[in-house]
Design a binder for this molecule. Structure first.
Ligand code: ZN
Ligand code: ZN
Length: 397
């Protein structure tokens, strides 16, 4: 039980994607797993489940919580032994299931990767050709049997392609959420709550003080500022994968139809989203723009705020779209005039509500503010444990 995924590499991959890593012939990978049937509708759960145990409706609590016998953190991250794979490992491994394309989850150098087609494509865009050996795409809802477990991916609502990993093993079900949010996001599929026995959650905003404002109000702040300061370029710092495209989509939803100018570093991801049919409208390059862009919106990486690059603009007004803009110290530290609290992570009430919704009797917390969440869950008679996985960042949000 080792080697690679079943031999269906690159299914769902669009032709002509840049930076494709498809050079590995399938035959170079020794088998060891039953292949999926072409229909991908293999009901893997029934043969694995004990009679009367796991099902999506009225999911029964596992009687004993010995999840560590089959899912546990090791030096590379979370490892599923009967399936023979890691989830979002922090160092190169032979087989990795990747929840989404952000750098603290999707690292280069794995021999074989299983993820959604969008995550595979976004990894190639970010990390380049050769960033992993073999890639296999799995669509949301398709079930795959891997070793002794069955696995499927469910939408996480975090960024395009983001997924929760649902693993069934001997009547127990674990769901590894990756990063997730519950707010509506026009750029990705909505989070799907999956009933389970063990829920492995992030806790980026795992303190009761973290309550994100409604997104439309934050976007309205930006539009009001444009009206108030028509002579100033509104330069908004955004992270390049997810936040950038979501902010543009939210602006479009509120009727903003002017061009949104992009720093070159935001180009490839934004074009990928647009190519996937997400309506982002006109996104010209700053480099091609005439004049000083007074009264226009320019999106850039946060590092370009107040940088030499900004000197070309008319009295630049610095904004920053991030869940961390809730924290005054971070606003001051970054010299931000227009903080926009737009987060791609669940806030505290959403973390608590999501955990309750899964019905999980046990919760492991991967990264973020673990202690407060573990304490809160204890009060609710949920067995909770901080995993303290290394290599996760809560900053890039
Ligand atoms: Zn993320
Ligand atoms: Zn993360």
């Amino acid at each position: 039980m080792m080697q690679s995924w079943p031999a269906h590499p690159e299914r769902g991959q669009r032709q002509g994607d840049p930076g494709s890593c498809t050079a590995y012939p399938v035959s170079s990978f020794a088998g060891g797993f039953p292949e999926r049937l072409p229909a991908f509708s293999v009901p893997a759960t029934p043969p694995l489940a004990k009679p009367g145990a796991a099902s999506d409706i009225g999911h029964a609590m596992a009687s004993s919580s010995n999840f560590q016998s089959w899912l546990r953190p090791d030096q590379s991250g979370l490892y599923c032994e009967p399936g023979g794979f890691h989830i979002d490992p922090s160092r190169p491994v032979s087989r990795a299931v990747i929840t989404h394309g952000h750098s603290d989850h999707a690292r280069p150098g794995h021999d074989a990767i299983l993820a959604t087609a969008d995550t595979l494509a976004l990894m190639r865009l970010r990390l380049g050709a050769g960033c992993f050996g073999q890639g296999q795409a799995l669509a949301y809802g398709e079930t795959l049997r891997l070793g002794e477990v069955s696995l499927r991916l469910a939408p996480a609502g975090h960024i395009l392609g983001s997924a929760q990993v649902v693993i069934d093993y001997r009547g127990q079900r674990a769901v590894i959420s990756g990063d997730y949010k519950r707010r509506a996001d026009p750029t990705c599929e909505a989070f799907e709550p999956v009933p389970c026995d063990l829920f492995v959650t992030e806790a980026t905003f795992g303190l009761p003080v973290y309550r994100h404002e409604p997104d439309h109000g934050e976007v309205a702040k930006l539009l009001a500022s444009l009206a108030d300061f028509p002579g100033r370029t509104h330069q908004i710092g955004v992270y390049g994968l997810g936040k950038c495209q979501r902010l543009i989509a939210l602006l479009r939803q509120q009727g903003y139809d002017r061009p949104v100018y992009l720093h070159g570093a935001l180009r490839s991801m934004s074009d990928y989203y647009a190519g996937r049919g997400i309506a982002l409208g006109d996104m010209p390059a700053v480099a091609d723009a005439p004049g000083k862009l007074a009264g226009e919106i320019v999106l850039s990486p946060p590092s370009a705020l107040g940088d030499r690059w900004s000197r070309r603009f008319a009295e630049p007004l610095n904004g920053f779209a991030s869940g961390w803009m809730r924290i005054r110290g971070r606003v001051r530290q970054r010299g931000v005039e227009l903080p926009l609290i737009i987060s791609d992570h669940a806030d505290w009430p959403e973390l608590i509500a999501t955990i309750a919704e899964t019905g999980a009797g046990e919760v492991w917390v991967t990264h973020g503010r673990e202690d407060a969440l573990v304490h809160e869950l204890g009060k609710r008679s949920i067995t909770a444990r901080a995993l303290r996985l290394v290599g996760r960042e809560d900053d890039a949000e």
